[in-house]
Design a protein around this ligand. Structure first.
Ligand SMILES: Cc1cc2nc3c(=O)[nH]c(=O)nc-3n(C[C@H](O)[C@H](O)[C@H](O)COP(=O)(O)O)c2cc1C
Length: 364
């Protein structure tokens, strides 16, 4: 994989391109938390594991948040849940996101999660999934404004590191109460609020309401991080400039374009320097990081196949490659096919069709 240059994860050529763009980043501070730049990786279940978070960090994400982690899983000492708390020693500006409905259980789990060494603990208040919402967790918390103050303060009491929340605009179009949730959060000492610009009822349909987010940001008592549909770097740059929000979160965008954070540092007219060769290199790095994290072969195949499929989006022959990938069940074959596909693309650049729907469900 080439010589490692200047302490990065990548070979010299890619590392130089990465360092060049990262040197343009402007650090920000939200409450007591410092981030390397204003574009952060949004939490995504079964995706934002330590290896992927570190990869995104090294590729310019200002900060990251884990996948949602069950407070009950932590309190029961469930091994799979406990594994989700593990950070990579090189991670910085990282939050662990917990979900649950009951203040005491969340507080107990938050204390354990804090012990894993994150920079902040985040509460999932945006998950629209029935299994979570029917128990009162995720976005159902938005409806419980009477008990929210107690919910936040009970959790906060257990923490020495900052507490943050990620919400939606409200439960449905008639109950868009983000401003009220923010007011309560501010009173209880929450550090910042990330907000997906849709209601729970909308799930992932329609478009994120950026006018609402902009208005909310202008009168928010807490730093507000806007999120929703920022599928490419130019759009993220534009939203950052127009809304005046201090930071934004990107979820699905980085899955198809892992260079999106770095591309946000490009000036108008400057062309992205990243090609298929760079994609192959970061696939190899991600694979190595997942192996180091102890992923078993079967998990590696499933995880790698998912990422590789998204990374292939927009390159010539991607759909044929994707169907072939699904016929491979072992690691060696998966890697061999991936290497062959990206190698023959050489220095090609991708053209993503942003009009095509991409991943229209998730936990926030
Ligand atoms: C596959 C997937 C999983 C997600 N998991 C979580 C999660 O665990 N916690 C959370 O707060 N949001 C989760 N979300 C929501 C994202 O963080 C983000 O709010 C949403 O995708 C909108 O942003 P985007 O348009 O940039 O993707 C998930 C989204 C997707 C697509």
């Amino acid at each position: 994989m080439g010589t490692k240059a200047t302490m990065g994860l990548f070979g010299q050529l890619l590392q130089e391109k990465v360092n060049q763009l990262k040197s343009r980043a402007t650090p920000i501070t939200l409450g007591r938390i410092q981030f390397r730049s204003p574009l952060l990786l949004a939490p995504m279940s079964a995706i934002c594991t330590a290896p992927f978070r570190l990869l995104m960090q090294e590729l310019g994400a200002g900060g990251t948040v884990s996948e949602l982690i069950s407070c009950h899983g932590i309190n029961h000492g469930n091994q799979r849940t406990m594994d989700m708390l593990k950070l990579h020693p090189k991670e910085q500006g990282v939050g662990l996101q917990l979900f649950g409905e009951d203040a005491q259980s969340m507080a107990k789990a938050a204390r354990v999660a804090q012990g894993a060494g994150p920079d902040f603990i985040d509460i999932n208040m945006g998950c629209p999934v029935k299994k979570v919402v029917s128990k009162g967790g995720g976005s159902a918390l938005l409806k419980e404004t009477a008990s929210l103050g107690h919910f936040f303060s009970t959790i906060k009491r257990e923490l020495t590191i900052p507490l943050t929340i990620k919400i939606r605009t409200g439960w449905d179009a008639d109950h868009r109460n983000a401003h009220e949730v923010i007011r309560i959060a501010k009173e209880e000492g929450v550090e910042f609020v990330a907000i997906h610009g849709r209601t729970r009822t909308q799930q992932y349909s329609g478009e994120a309401d950026w006018t609402y987010l902009e208005d909310l940001g202008a009168r928010s008592a807490l730093p507000l991080i806007g999120n929703g549909d920022l599928h490419h770097a130019r759009l993220a740059q534009k939203r950052l400039a127009i809304t005046g929000l201090p930071a934004l979160m990107l979820g699905r965008g980085p899955l198809r374009n892992p260079f999106i954070f770095l591309e946000s540092f490009l000036s108008p007219g400057e062309v992205s320097p990243f090609t298929a060769r760079d994609y192959l290199e970061i696939i190899e790095v991600l694979f190595e990081l997942m192996q180091q994290a102890g992923a078993k072969d079967r998990t590696l195949v499933i995880q790698m196949r998912k990422h590789v499929m998204w990374f292939a989006a927009g390159f010539p022959g991607a759909s044929h490659f994707r169907s072939e990938l699904f016929t491979k069940n072992d690691l060696e074959q998966t890697l061999a096919l991936t290497r062959a596909y990206f190698t023959q693309l050489e220095g090609r650049v991708k053209q993503i069709n942003y009009d095509e729907a991409f991943m229209t469900s998730g936990h926030g």
